[in-house]
Design a protein. Structure first.
Ligand code: SAH
Length: 368
């Protein structure tokens, strides 16, 4: 799932250790502006390959790192689906972008209690994170994309905060029609890390804009995420063929919206995405409606898209918090704080969505 034709990943003949800013600067100076998708894809390939960005010491904190309850409830959901589907074997647990492997470890522990012990497959692009994942789940197998995941056996697929890291395209409605948003040089200064700027491309791009948005007024920005749509389309086809289900969890909107959601996060703060590419996490909100259309276009079974708060409450996070608190009364406050972070509206409960997909012959999922 890494971007093809990339620069800056060792394949471009660039001197070792050169910053991505310098590489982009040279590229743009020689060949003209690059797409946002190119800039975003190269930036995150560089960003994730080098380091573990997760946790309080890193750049951002994700739900499985907040509480074990997150992974446990996902494990419970998968076990429930598998049991009601008739306990098919062989069965594979597939996680997209597993970070530190925390979600997988928590989910697999719960699944084992129900007799579900799948083979474990991680789709991961980062060498630094693979090393961390190996510690958490030593028996996992690693893959660069979905193609090498076994084509026989049911698939139980999870991706948390994976799709938001995939590169988007942006289109802007100008007086003369739709244009792709590109990244150019703001000036001709050579100062490292300075001076990238979004600018409108020259070519007409009307046909690349989803048809229902084409009449939007001048000034509108529309985002698409071709790699996310492609992965979900592929996933729906694999579930149809092999059986199984998938949960994709991320921040984003249940219904397509316009406007730029491109963001860069570094040390828990928003920073300018057009400064120091490769040194902050670039993200964009996930358009779950576009993804549900990809599932339906493949004749897959879309279970729905609900808020994370709704989903975790439906799976019993309140009871799970109480049970853990009863075992460890000293931790009641931290348990309740973690629960609230995951489910309260002003925290992760409303912005984060959970989308479910299943094979047509599989049951409807709990919580949708
Ligand atoms: N799911 C984890 C980590 C989220 S961060 C958690 O919730 O804590 C995003 C994850 O996706 C990281 O593991 C990152 O290395 C991986 N990733 C990002 N872009 C990728 C790509 N193009 N191909 C494969 N993995 C990618």
């Amino acid at each position: 799932m890494s971007e093809p034709g990339g620069i800056g990943n060792g394949g471009d003949g660039a001197p070792e250790g050169e910053s991505l800013s310098v590489i982009f600067r040279r590229l743009i100076a020689n060949y003209g502006p690059i797409t946002i998708q190119h800039y975003f894809g190269e930036s995150n390939a560089r960003y994730y390959t080098a380091k573990d960005p997760l946790g309080s010491e890193g750049d951002f904190v994700t739900a499985p790192e907040i509480s074990q309850m997150f992974g446990e409830l996902i494990g419970l959901w998968l076990a429930d689906m598998w049991i009601r589907a008739g306990k098919p074997e062989p069965v594979h647990y597939v996680e997209l972008g597993p970070g530190r492997g925390t979600l997988a470890r928590d989910a697999l522990r719960v699944m084992a209690r129900y007799g579900l012990t799948p083979q474990v497959h991680f789709v991961e692009g980062s060498a630094a994170l693979k090393a961390v994942q190996l510690e958490a789940v030593p028996h996992a197998r690693w893959h660069g994309d979905l193609d090498s995941i076994p084509h026989h056996g049911a698939l139980l697929v999870v991706g948390n905060e994976f799709l938001d890291a995939l590169p988007i395209r942006q289109f802007a409605r100008m007086a003369e029609g739709w244009r792709e948003r590109m990244v150019g040089l703001a000036d001709n200064g050579a100062e490292d890390g300075q001076g990238f700027l979004p600018i409108a491309g020259e070519k007409p791009m009307d046909l690349a804009v989803p048809v229902e948005l084409r009449e939007a007024p001048e000034g509108t920005i529309v985002e698409t995420c071709p790699p996310a749509t492609g992965i979900v389309y592929e996933l729906a086809g694999r579930l149809n063929a092999q059986g199984g289900c998938a949960l994709l969890i991320d921040y984003g909107h249940a219904h397509t919206r316009t406007g730029s959601t491109l963001q860069a996060v570094r040390a828990h703060r928003k920073v300018d995405p057009f400064v120091n590419p490769g040194e902050a996490d670039l993200t964009a909100h996930v358009d779950f409606e576009a993804l549900s259309r990809a599932v339906l276009s493949r004749e897959g079974k879309w279970l729905g898209t609900v808020t994370q708060g709704h989903f975790l409450r439906a799976l019993g996070i309140e009871a799970r918090t109480a049970a853990l608190a009863a075992k460890a009364p000293a931790h009641i406050v931290s348990l309740e704080t973690a629960r609230d972070r995951l489910i309260e509206e002003g925290q992760m409960g409303a912005l984060f969505k959970v989308m479910g997909i299943a094979a047509p012959q599989w049951p409807d999922g709990a919580g949708f």
